[in-house]
Design a protein around this ligand. Sequence first.
Ligand code: MG
Length: 260
Amino acid sequence: MDKTLIRHFSILLLFNLGILQSQPKEKYKIHDENRPQPEVVTHSSFSRMATPPSDAIVLFDGTDLSEWVNSSGSKKTQWKLGDNYFEVRKKTGAIQTVQEFGDVQLHIEWSSPKNIEGEGQGRGNSGVFFMAKPNVSHGYEVQILDSYKNPVYPDGQASAIYGQYPPAYNASAPPGEWQTYDIIFIRPRFDESGKLIRAAYLTVLHNGVLVHYNRELLGPTTHQVRTAYSAHPNRLPIALQDHGNPVRYRNIWVRDLESH
Ligand code: MG
């Protein structure tokens, strides 16, 4: 490659990293309808049914829900176990992992209902919450939504950091198809007095497309209001949201980045 090409490539790379890392903290209101919609990108061959690495903790291998409990953390989940997947059973509440985690690499596969029902935020809505307290009141959510030809406020679409950052691209597959998230979550750090010393960070690949690169979170993700950080334990469960839509999940595994 000649030097001009390399220079052009470097400029392109910097530009793209700029999109992925930009932090328009004050530019847009929460759930701002005027925020630009991410460009649509498709990818037909990605990490579906990726085999867990040897040091991964398998949270669902298709056979049972023993790694999950309801959102009070005490009882068996009532979500429906199907053939190699499980499904949100509405009004039974979120589910959360039995084990607790801090910094992690997570692989999760999901699909929104093939028969489209509802619209906007009512279409295939669920979510992956890191560091969820009981009832998912204070986690950090990567949104799950059927965002295939279903425009919503950009910070609430699939793979958005809910209420904070739209994904850099809309990599959604059609409803009914299995989709993947590969997520690196770095928890916030608090000092002994509970003061924030470092924010939480998320890197997210949606269907193999990088949509957030080391994104600094503004605080816990919440609906309609932005919420400041408040100290919480270093390890908490990962939760999946019951938003009333029968979203399916399969092949979930996590690498504990703080165990080595
Ligand atoms: Mg959600």
